[in-house]
Design a protein around this ligand. Structure first.
Ligand SMILES: O=C([O-])CC(=O)C(=O)O
Ligand SMILES: [Mg+2]
Length: 544
């Protein structure tokens, strides 16, 4: 039997009910005589599929999660490939854009700049303090590729946490979605009478930093067992907050480290396929990045590990990476540049600024081109054809989200490379048939790793999240492909196996935490790998 009725409004007054609640027994007569779980699942799926618009499906699923979270997660787990794009990227992008219009009930914590000085008392209002293990925190300043969405960024925290539950078996009641409201510079929202956030421009970074210091300190007091995932902070804040706080609290930045780890993993598998076709040594790959924001530079940093793991020095690894921003190829002589771009700035190019991407591709002759630019169609026919001209199997990763900001579509990349492309995108694309063969796009989205990183960090009670733990997650993912997935030419495992994958990643993360001595659950050190994996799986929450 399933519990379906949990009204969140009573007597015209909104009852503060933050989903999920433990199901209350329903007195006889208040549900239909026959409400059997498997049949009800069919009913829910039919209701979902009857809706034309993805945003309507999002709203339906959000209501289902509130009314019957077990059924919601059952459907997620059994139909991962269908449901993920609805509760997460790309539909969650639309949900954020429309959040102030589709809002129905509170689902997380809102901390605003007006709470400065009393953040602890706000946190203590959370109804499940002792259960809290993982918080996803955004300030809405760079939601996906959609820019500053202010408090409308909340659905991104909610969506990521739904994947923690579905993908890694974190208990629903352990998750805490958080949105920090320090204003928004989005004029459209400031003018929108329905906008749910503070109606003011963003406060200066210094003031926000003070709020973050207080917030993180109070979080560690109120929720001593909590891991924090920073999400979709604008580039400057993403780097600044990560480096300011990562040694003090258990936290990581999903866009810098999570995306970096996933792309490193996909790149390792892609480079093998590409080198097998070209005969080029694995150490000879050259990677061109379009986009030098937090995600672009984060991924570039992570990809230096690819070369270092093959035995190259840091300098040799760095030389194999080229960054392009809105002004073209990044090189020292171009003039002043943001701090986070300097490490990859080229010293070996001294000519005129090089802006045209086709020209840059012909100059660099990259084996791989990665897009984190949010410039739709930046990898146009000319660019992709030049990649195909330089490579037997070009690696093309348009990683910007959501779909409509993608640098190129899978069908285009297949056509323009005559089916030779090795492809991964941030948002999902359908598979393509080419000359009688089915070709599968990879999805280089951090959703593959953050659930496992979180699970491993929570179970080992890691005091800090080290770079090597993130790298271990990446290697764990790269090595998780089955022989059948290899045979299909995949570079990422199928998302339907997310629980297995998260288990493997958690194992790698825990082992690395132990090596680094940052684990506080030291009893796990005694378990061999089989026993540890069993322990991890046994701790995963399952819907009915
Ligand atoms: O949310 C996603 O799909 C991936 C991500 O972190 C981003 O694009 O910021
Ligand atoms: Mg993100």
């Amino acid at each position: 039997m399933t519990v379906v009725i949990t009204p969140s409004w009573s007597n015209g007054v909104q009852k503060l009910k933050v989903a999920p609640q433990p199901p209350a027994p329903i007195p006889r007569g208040l549900t239909p005589p026959v409400l059997e779980n498997t049949v009800h699942k069919t009913r829910c799926l039919a209701q979902l599929r009857s809706k034309d618009q993805d945003l309507e499906k999002y709203i339906y699923l959000s209501q289902l999660k509130d009314a019957d979270h077990s059924m919601f997660y059952r459907i997620c787990l059994d139909h991962m490939a269908e449901i993920t794009p609805l509760i997460y990227t790309p539909t969650v992008g639309d949900a954020c854009l429309r959040y102030s219009h589709i809002y129905r009930r509170p689902e997380g914590l809102f901390i605003s700049i007006q709470d400065k000085g009393k953040v602890g008392s706000i946190l203590r209002n959370w109804p499940r303090i002792n259960d809290a293990r993982i918080a996803v925190v955004t300030d809405g300043s760079r939601i996906l590729g959609l820019g500053d969405l202010g408090v409308n960024g909340m659905p991104i925290s909610i969506g990521k946490l739904s994947l923690y539950v579905a993908g890694a078996g974190i208990r629903p009641q352990s998750t805490v979605p958080i949105c920090i409201d320090v204003g928004t510079d989005n004029q459209k929202f400031l003018d929108d009478p329905l906008y749910l956030g503070l109606r003011q421009r963003r406060v200066p970074q210094e003031e926000m930093h003070e709020l973050m210091e207080e917030f993180l300190h109070e979080m560690s007091v109120v929720f001593p067992d909590l891991l924090i995932q920073f999400e979709d902070f604008s580039t400057d804040k993403a780097f600044a907050f990560l480096s300011a706080f990562r040694d003090k609290y258990p936290l990581f930045n999903d866009d810098i480290q999570g995306t970096g780890a996933v792309v490193l993993s996909g790149f390792m598998n892609a480079a093998k396929l590409s080198s097998a076709a070209s005969g080029r040594p694995l150490t000879d790959h050259r990677i061109l990045f379009l986009g030098a924001g937090s995600a672009g530079v984060g991924v570039a940093q992570q990809l230096t590990s690819y070369f270092k793991l093959l035995g190259l020095s840091e300098e040799e690894a760095r030389e194999r990476i080229y960054l392009v921003d809105s002004q073209g190829l990044i090189y020292d002589e171009r003039g002043p540049m943001a701090e986070h771009k300097k490490y990859f700035s080229r010293k070996d190019y001294t000519g005129e600024p090089m802006k045209d991407l086709v020209e840059i591709v012909d100059y660099v002759k990259p084996t791989a081109i990665l897009g984190l630019s949010t410039i739709k169609s930046a990898f146009n026919k000319a660019v992709v054809e030049r990649m195909a001209a330089h490579n037997a199997r070009p690696i093309i990763f348009p990683l910007s989200n959501p779909v409509r900001l993608s640098e190129c579509e899978f069908s285009e990349a297949v056509e323009w490379t005559n089916g030779k492309v090795i492809f991964a995108s941030g948002s999902p694309f359908p598979e393509q048939e080419y000359e009688g063969k089915m070709l599968y796009p990879g999805q280089g989205n951090n959703m593959y790793v953050f659930p496992g990183i979180g699970l491993g960090s929570i179970l080992s009670r890691a005091s800090t999240i080290t770079d090597s733990m993130i790298e271990a997650a990446s290697l764990g993912l790269a090595n998780s492909l089955t022989p059948e997935e290899h045979a299909d030419g995949l570079i990422y495992p199928r998302i339907s196996r997310i629980r297995d994958i998260s288990g493997q990643i958690a194992l790698s993360v825990i082992r690395e935490a132990q090596k680094q001595g940052v684990d506080r659950s030291t009893d796990l050190r005694q378990l061999d790998d089989d026993a540890l994996l069993e322990h991890i799986k046994a701790r995963m929450w399952n819907p009915l």
